[in-house]
Design a protein around this ligand. Structure first.
Ligand code: NAP
Ligand code: ZN
Ligand code: ZN
Length: 348
C-alpha cells in the first residue's frame, strides 16, 4: 500500500539522510492537514541526527521550520480554512494545563513540550516525524497563520530561527538605546540582526567569518567584528548591554562575557552539547548575568509573524532540492550557509 507522506529520514546516528515514506495520522476533529511547501534546515536538526545531544529516535525525519498551505480541516477546526498559509515550528503539542502553557509559553511546558520530531507524539506511542516531507497533520492550536504578503520559502526559517531570536530580543528589551551583539551570523544570528535592527537597537555582529561583513551590514548591522582577531576582544571590552550567543560550536565564553557593560546579560541560545567553563570573575566584575532562551510560544510566534508581515522581514535563504540535504548539512557545519538552507518540498 502506498504511504501518504514522502520525505527524507536518517535511519541511524550519523548516517546520511535518504528518501523515506511513511503514514501520517487520519485527520482528527481539531486537526488540519497541509501540503508542506518548504522546510528549513536548522543546526538543531544536524545536532540531533548526529546524536550530539544524546541518544535519538530513528528513523528520524528532521525539520521544524515548516511552511505550507492548508489542504483539509477537521470538523471542529475554527482557526484555519483550506488554502490558508500555515506555519509549524519546534513543537506540535504540550500539556495545555501547566502554568507555562496557560501563559502561552508552551516551549517551557512543565511536562515537556511535544517536539516536532525525535520523540513521541502526545499519545505516547507514535514517533513524531518532522518537516522534511510533503505532508503534515497537526492540531490547529499548535500551528500559526503566515501573512499573505510574505514568500513561504523566506518564512519557513522564521518558525525556529526567527522566533528563537525574536523571543529573547523582546524579553531582554533589545531596542532603541540598547547596544546588542549577535554572536554568529548563521541561520539564527541573521534573524537576530534583522529583528534587533528593526526594533532600533545598535547592532554589532561578532563573527569568525570576515567574509560575512558586507552581508551583515546589508541586513541592518551597524558594526562587524572579526572574532578571529584577538585584538577585537580588547577593543570591544565593556561595550554591550546584551549579547545573543547563537554559536553552534564550543568556545571560550569568558572572552565574550568581558564584552558586556555593567549589568549586561549574555543570552545563551546556541546549544553545542558540551558545558561552558565560566570563570565567575567574568560575572562578578560587572554584575553580569548569563541567561538562556529557547524558541518561543504560539502567541509570540504569531506576534512575530505579524510584525514580519508589516515590516516585510524574511530569512535570506538558499532553496535546495531534497537530494542536496546531506551536502547542505556539511556546508552548514562549515559556516558556509547564506543564511538558511530551505528544502523545496516538491522535490521529495
Ligand atoms: P548555523 O546556521 O550553523 O549558525 C551558527 C553560526 O555559528 C555559524 O554560521 C558561525 O557564524 C558560528 N560558528 C560556527 N562554528 C563556529 C566556531 N567554531 N567558532 C565560532 N563561531 C562559530 O546554526 P543555527 O541553525 O543558527 O543554530 C545555532 C545554534 O543554535 C545551534 O547550536 C542550534 O542547535 C541552536 N538552536 C537553539 C535554539 C534555542 O531554542 N535556543 C533554537 C534553534 C537552534 P560566523 O561564521 O558568523 O562566525
Ligand atoms: Zn531549530
Ligand atoms: Zn504544559
Amino acid at each position: 500500500m502506498t504511504k501518504n507522506t514522502k520525505g527524507y529520514a536518517a535511519m541511524g546516528a550519523k548516517e546520511k539522510l535518504v528518501p523515506y515514506e511513511f503514514d501520517r495520522r487520519e485527520l482528527g476533529a481539531h486537526d488540519v492537514a497541509l501540503d508542506v511547501l518548504y522546510a528549513g534546515i536548522c543546526h538543531s536538526d544536524i545536532h540531533q541526527v548526529r546524536e550530539e545531544w544524546g541518544p535519538a529516535l530513528f528513523p528520524m525525519v528532521p525539520g521544524h521550520e515548516i511552511a505550507g498551505i492548508v489542504s483539509k480541516v477537521g470538523t471542529g477546526v475554527t482557526k484555519f480554512k483550506v488554502g490558508d498559509k500555515i506555519g509549524i515550528g519546534v513543537f506540535i503539542d504540550s500539556c495545555r494545563k501547566c502554568s507555562s502553557c496557560q501563559r502561552g509559553l508552551q516551549q517551557y511546558c512543565l511536562e515537556g513540550m511535544t517536539g516536532t520530531y525525535n520523540g513521541l507524539e502526545r499519545n505516547g506511542v507514535t514517533p513524531a516525524m518532522g518537516g522534511y516531507c510533503d505532508y503534515f497533520v497537526i492540531n490547529e492550536d499548535y500551528a500559526v497563520h503566515i501573512p499573505e504578503n510574505l514568500p513561504l520559502e523566506g518564512v519557513a526559517p522564521l518558525m525556529c530561527a526567527g522566533i528563537t531570536l525574536y523571543s529573547p530580543i523582546k524579553h531582554w528589551d533589545v531596542g532603541s538605546g540598547k547596544k546588542v551583539a549577535v554572536m554568529g551570523l548563521g541561520g539564527l544570528g541573521h534573524m537576530g540582526v534583522k529583528f534587533a535592527a528593526a526594533l532600533g537597537a545598535d547592532v554589532t555582529v561578532l563573527s569568525h567569518s570576515p567574509g560575512k561583513k558586507g552581508d551583515a551590514l546589508a541586513m541592518g548591522a551597524h558594526h562587524f567584528v572579526d572574532t578571529s582577531s584577538e585584538a577585537a576582544f580588547a577593543e570591544c571590552a565593556g561595550t554591550f548591554d546584551v549579547i545573543l550567543n547563537t554559536v553552534s560550536a564550543e568556545l571560550d565564553i569568558n572572552k565574550y562575557l568581558n564584552l558586556l557593560k555593567l549589568d549586561g546579560t549574555l543570552v545563551v541560545i546556541g546549544l553545542p552539547g558540551k558545558p561552558y567553563a565560566v570563570h565567575v570573575g567574568s560575572l562578578l566584575s560587572g554584575r553580569r548575568s548569563i541567561g538562556g532562551s529557547m524558541i518561543g510560544g504560539i502567541p509570540e510566534l504569531q506576534e512575530m509573524l505579524n510584525l514580519c508581515g508589516e515590516k516585510s522581514i524574511v530569512s535570506d535563504v538558499e532553496v535546495i532540492k531534497a537530494d542536496y540535504i546531506n551536502e547542505a548539512y556539511e556546508r552548514t557545519v562549515a559556516s558556509d550557509v547564506k543564511y538558511r538552507f530551505v528544502i523545496d518540498a516538491k522535490t521529495f
